[in-house]
Write a protein that binds this ligand. Structure first.
Ligand code: SDX
Length: 428
């Protein structure tokens, strides 16, 4: 097979190099296109455009494959834990015991946030959406750690910023929840592991001793692992683009949090539960809502269904669906919206509209049912997605800087007015 693509334009022929990845994915390298032809390519939503090369995550949308640094997510979800997977994504290998102990210790030692950040948090009304609090407070970390603003940080500076961000995001997220409840905030308990400590900060009250439930800790580890990275999705591409201007990791991740917030992206997990609740309140007729989702004149979409890349099942949804059954069974919870979700899935998977468009449940379809079962309020669901995706954002930002990528600056095709002269207002 040729290593070049032949392009003929205006009678001239151009050979463009073909790039082949380690999983035999192919791309046409068009770096020379504009200089040699004056042409650019156009690809709304970047559906056919690769922005970079990356060694972090591999996914195959047709086969339903997802691997972090070569390890299948099914194995990591079953046998690893979130902090170990975070190390794997960021540093490229599974840590030795000594590396993992040090990484975990560093994260524990940085879990406190500056008390002045509480003043910022206290300024938010209790009705503030926690994603807005999260992106604001992550951005405010630049004020408390100005060394993070160095445009060309040393490895040690990057490693410290990474530790601070992983550690403090957990505290900030739990405090955003307590802020919405009007309840006292819990300080981190360094005797607990990452997930247990997060649950403690989320659900402990001064009036009673909080008991960590191992079933819930296991489910949370699985959920965070399954959300940890997903190659060049909208929010990760945002983090890489912002970081390409040599903005700090905090600024880049704050931008990623805002991109994730959209209901077509990470905000879908909140939208799924709101949709299921609405269907339940409307009598639970899933077939009625399948028809609404198919009706082009109806703005209703089946949230949690469909994916830009997965044109087969989303492997994460498969694991999360089973985890939902396990957790609700272990906790003795019978949640009617889980049954509605399963009915919707079954109806959609046999309906030509969904089958022809290859629309399957995605990562967001079942995750909210588990979050609900462990007591996390709906508005915190996308915060949970951000908590899980943080190591992926960090790994991708780090790779982009290490690859010395140029500042991202896409081109356009102009379709506005051609040149015209200014006219004084009394002549218009
Ligand atoms: C995430 O990119 C990632 O990796 C993201 C993510 C990650 O880990 O980072 O996986 C996380 O964001 C998952 C997706 C969560 N979003 C939702 O669940 C929202 C509902 N889904 C859709 O809005 C949609 O499926 C997208 C946004 C996910 C994908 O949209 P695309 O690829 O741009 O596809 P499209 O909108 O062009 O849809 C193609 C067709 C259209 O019909 P036709 O014009 O061909 O007739 O499918 C239809 C769409 O109308 N369609 C749906 C549908 N999703 C697509 N119809 C009804 N319900 C849906 N959910």
């Amino acid at each position: 097979m040729s290593d070049f693509a032949e392009l003929t334009l205006e009678g001239k022929s151009l050979q463009l190099p073909v790039v082949t990845g380690s999983e035999n994915e192919k791309a046409i390298d068009i770096n020379a296109l504009r200089a040699q032809t004056g042409y650019i390519t156009l690809d709304s939503g970047y559906k056919n455009t690769g922005a970079t090369t990356s060694a972090i995550t591999y996914l195959d949308g047709e086969q339903g494959i997802l691997r972090y640094r070569g390890y299948p997510i099914e194995q990591l979800a079953e046998r690893s834990n979130f902090i170990e997977v975070a190390f794997l994504l960021i540093y490229g290998h599974l840590p030795s015991q000594a590396e993992l102990d040090n990484f975990s210790y560093q994260i524990k030692m940085h879990s406190l946030v500056n008390e002045d950040m509480r003043k910022i948090l206290d300024g938010f009304p209790s009705a503030a959406h926690p994603m807005g609090i999260l992106s604001s407070l992550v951005s405010s970390l630049t004020a408390f750690y100005p060394d993070s603003l160095h445009p060309n940080p040393t490895k040690e500076e990057v490693d410290l910023t990474i530790i601070r961000l992983i550690s403090k995001l957990s505290t900030i997220a739990a405090w955003a929840h307590k802020n919405s409840q009007g309840h006292p905030k819990n300080y981190p308990d360094n005797s607990l592991d990452y997930c247990s400590n997060f649950l403690y900060m989320m659900f402990a009250y001064p009036t009673e001793k909080y008991q960590v439930n191992p079933v819930v800790v296991d489910a949370l580890n699985k959920l965070l692992i399954l959300h940890a990275d997903h190659e060049q999705n909208c929010s990760t591409s945002t983090v890489r683009l912002v970081g390409s201007s040599h903005a700090s990791l905090y600024s880049s991740v704050s931008a990623g949090i805002n991109a994730l917030w959209g209901p077509l992206h990470g905000g879908a997990n909140q939208a799924v539960i709101e949709m299921l609740e609405a269907i339940k309140a409307d009598g639970g007729d899933s077939k009625k809502y399948i028809e609404k989702a198919k009706d082009k004149n109806d703005p209703f979409r089946l949230m949690g269904f469909g994916h830009r890349v997965y044109k087969n099942f989303d492997p994460r949804a498969t694991i999360i669906k089973k985890t939902a059954d396990d957790v609700l069974g272990a906790l003795g919870i019978n949640d009617p919206v889980l049954n509605i979700a399963k009915e919707l899935e079954q109806a959609a998977l046999t309906d030509p509209y969904f089958v022809e468009r290859k629309l399957y449940p995605n990562v967001d379809f079942y995750s909210g049912i588990i979050y609900r079962a462990i007591g996390i309020p709906t508005e915190m669901f996308t915060v949970m997605f951000a908590l899980g995706r943080l190591p992926g954002w960090i790994a991708q930002w780090k790779e982009m800087r290490e690859q010395k990528e140029p500042i991202g600056r896409p081109r356009q095709i102009y379709t506005g007015e051609t040149t015209r002269d200014y006219t004084p207002i009394n002549e218009r």
